[in-house]
Design a protein around this ligand. Structure first.
Ligand code: SF4
Ligand code: FES
Length: 251
């Protein structure tokens, strides 16, 4: 395939209190081998060279690990591919002459800071409310291998732990629900013996913080699971609900 010429419609917003608007740009000679963020780099270089302000967007690892690259591309979190983040999205998913719409993740609990950058501090505060375990580091620590964990539980906990906190689930959900994220964070500990010490407090506190941050309720549409770049299963939401019920009975 030859290189592509594209029209980009990008959300520009100077700051949190600016109204913001879509602005159209052209980029030319884009290789199909580029990642989406590399294409954005080309645009920004172009803007800098013409004295315009580059488009602000979040990124760090550029390999699907940090969860920073939150972009809503053609109406989908992280764009049209499945199981990838924006930094892993390749330009071969697009065609010469395409118009691509790029917006920030939109949710009341993810306010826009600038252009495509949103504040996901709400996720951090949910994590701080219970996303940890207590470990004895006094010098008399138990050998990790001394605590047996069934293979199936270990696998499920590991799967839940692959959540990178990107927020695509929230951006995709019509209710801006964070249940898939919180479900993953609760499950990764709920399945392991090491997570039992704080189990009751963890689920209660994380759910309370989630509600406080203004995330919506889950109405089981399942869109979050489809758009999640890490394939986090809806099973984690069910597990969080049963953990919450158990915790409520304990008072
Ligand atoms: S559950 Fe998936 S979509 Fe949601 S924050 Fe975690 S990795 Fe991202
Ligand atoms: S930049 Fe880290 S996941 Fe995309």
């Amino acid at each position: 395939m030859s290189n592509m010429n594209l029209t980009l419609k990008i959300w520009r917003q100077k700051g949190a209190n600016d109204k913001g608007k879509m602005v159209e740009y052209k980029v030319t000679d884009i290789s199909e081998h580029m990642s989406f963020l590399e294409m954005m780099d080309v645009l920004n270089e172009q803007l800098v060279n013409t004295g315009e302000e580059p488009v602000a967007f979040d990124h760090d690892c550029r390999e699907g690990i940090c969860g920073m690259c939150s972009m809503y591309i053609n109406g989908e979190a992280h764009g049209p591919d499945r199981g990838v983040t924006t930094c892993q999205l390749h330009m071969r998913m697009f065609n010469d002459g395409d118009t691509i719409t790029i917006e920030p993740f939109r949710a009341a609990a993810f306010p826009v800071i600038k252009d495509l950058v949103v504040d996901r501090g709400s996720f951090e505060r949910i994590q701080q409310a219970g996303g940890y375990i207590s470990v004895n580091t006094s010098g008399n620590t138990t050998d990790a291998n001394a605590i047996l964990v069934p293979k199936e539980d270990a696998d499920k906990a590991m799967d839940a732990a692959t959540c990178i906190g990107c927020g695509a689930c929230v951006a995709t959900c019509k209710n801006s629900s964070a249940m898939l994220f919180v479900g993953a964070k609760v499950s990764q500990y709920a399945l392991l013996p090491q997570g039992q010490v704080e189990a009751t407090e963890r689920v209660k506190n994380m759910v309370a913080q989630m509600d406080l941050e203004g995330f919506g309720n889950c109405t089981n549409t399942g869109a979050c699971e489809v758009e999640c770049p890490k394939g986090i299963s809806l099973e984690n939401i069910a597990r969080m609900n049963s953990e919450f019920l158990k915790a409520s009975f304990k008072g």
